[in-house]
Each structure stands twice: as structure tokens, then as C-alpha cells.
Design a protein around this ligand. Structure first.
Ligand SMILES: C[S@@+](CC[C@H](N)C(=O)[O-])C[C@H]1O[C@@H](n2cnc3c(N)ncnc32)[C@H](O)[C@@H]1O
Length: 217
């Protein structure tokens, strides 16, 4: 069966076209001033971008997948996040998709450096992460239905601070698999990564501590 295009980090483009915006746009909107300009790093197909536009935020969407960006109805830039240097700053920079939990400390530092380079004085970076306790609770077969997409975890393997698994998606008789590995960051590791990027933790933006804001030092 044709599964369509996948991104360099293994995301199936078709799935991100089908997934609903969920609660992420509301969390972001509530955490920032009305009309704040937003740079969204790793926008995918615009699942969150489009909802933020509808909420009144001018958004610039960044992704290194042309196939993902083809679906984005906003100003868009095809670039690796770590290489992005636009000649402007934004009220808000979004680093979503748990990209901060990337395995490599160098990649994490590069993502945060890009975020820091594009945040205006007085602005903030909004980060979505896997909380440390998530790494203990995740189990095979965990998941549910998101819009018309069934989402299940499979092959969960722990190795110290690393967790690997495969996300299995199915919708309308089609199915996709997305393997991933991510790294647990405890509060000391998180603080160290932010400090290194010239950012300071501001506050939690969601009760489950999956989103937080950070401000320029
Ligand atoms: C899990 S998808 C999520 C997309 C979107 N944020 C959403 O929630 O629907 C992650 C996206 O980040 C992009 N991405 C991952 N690493 C990237 C990098 N280093 N530079 C640019 N884009 C990246 C992928 O291409 C993919 O579109």
C-alpha cells in the first residue's frame, strides 16, 4: 500500500494532514498576547499553524520537508531548524513536537539557539516536551483515537534516559508506522540546556507540564 511521503525524521505526511489540531493551539494562544507574531519551528502540514492563524496570530511556518510545507497556508520557510537565521524576530517562537527531547544534545542546543535568535526582546519561546514521568508510564498499545486517526504505541524499549518506540497510525483502511527515539530531560538537564541557549524558564503553560515558556536572559 502507498504510504505517501515521509519526512527526514520519519513522520508520515498523510497522517499529519488527517490529525486534528487538538488542544495545542489553545494552549499557545492562552500563553501569549493577542495577535502576537509566531515563528513555528517544525510546522508539519500546518495542523497547529492554521488554527493559530484563525486565532489572530501572524505565523511563519518552518519545516525541512517540502511535502509537509506544501499543505501550509501561511508564510513558510523550508529549512532545517538548526540552520535557520531569518532577518527578523518574533513575539513568540514555538518549539513543539517534543523536539527538545531529541536524542542529541548538540541538536537540542541548535534548536534552542535558533529559537533564541528569533525571539524579540520581551518575547518568549514556547516549548512542548515529554515530562520525565511520561518516560516511566508509556506502554505498548497505549493510544487512542485522534479525529479519524487511530494512534497506538508499539515496541516500547527503554535504555537509560532513552526511550524508543513505533507509533502505528491507521485511518480509512490505510496504515503508517513512525519509529522514534527520545531522551528524558530532568529539570537540571532542561535548565542547563536553556541556560546554554541564553534562555530562562518562565512558567508552565499546561497543567500536565507538557508546555512551558522561556524568556531571553
Ligand atoms: C511530529 S511532526 C509535527 C508537525 C506539527 N508540529 C504538528 O504538531 O502537527 C514534526 C515536524 O518537524 C519537522 N522537523 C523535525 N526535525 C526538523 C529539523 N531539524 N528541521 C526542520 N524541520 C524538522 C518534521 O519534518 C515534521 O514536519
Amino acid at each position: 500500500m502507498d504510504q505517501g511521503a515521509f519526512t527526514a525524521d520519519g513522520c508520515p505526511v498523510e497522517v499529519y494532514r488527517l490529525l486534528p489540531p487538538g488542544d495545542e493551539p489553545g494552549i499557545v494562544h492562552a500563553a501569549v498576547p493577542a495577535g502576537a507574531s509566531i515563528l513555528e519551528l517544525g510546522s508539519g502540514t500546518g495542523r497547529i499553524t492554521h488554527a493559530l492563524l484563525d486565532l489572530g496570530h501572524p505565523v511563519v511556518a518552518v519545516d525541512d520537508s517540502p511535502e509537509m510545507l506544501a499543505h501550509v497556508r501561511a508564510v513558510k520557510v523550508c529549512s532545517k531548524i538548526e540552520e535557520l537565521r531569518l532577518d527578523r524576530v518574533f513575539d513568540v517562537v514555538l518549539l513543539g513536537s517534543h523536539l527538545i527531547n531529541t536524542v542529541s544534545a548538540a541538536d537540542r542546543a541548535a534548536f534552542l539557539a535558533t529559537a533564541r535568535a528569533h525571539v524579540a526582546p520581551g518575547g518568549r519561546v514556547l516549548v512542548q516536551r515529554h515530562p520525565p514521568e511520561w518516560f516511566d508510564s508509556v506502554r505498548d498499545a497505549q493510544g487512542g483515537r485522534l479525529g479519524g486517526v487511530d494512534v497506538r504505541l508499539d515496541r516500547v524499549v527503554r535504555d537509560g534516559d532513552l526511550l524508543s518506540a513505533v507509533v502505528r497510525y491507521s485511518a480509512a483502511g490505510r496504515s503508517w508506522s513512525q519509529p522514534f527515539t527520545c531522551r528524558r530531560l530532568d529539570s537540571a538537564a532542561l535548565k542547563a540546556a536553556l541556560t546554554r541557549a541564553g534562555l530562562v524558564f518562565e512558567r508552565w503553560c499546561a497543567e500536565d507540564r507538557t508546555w512551558f515558556s522561556a524568556t531571553p536572559e
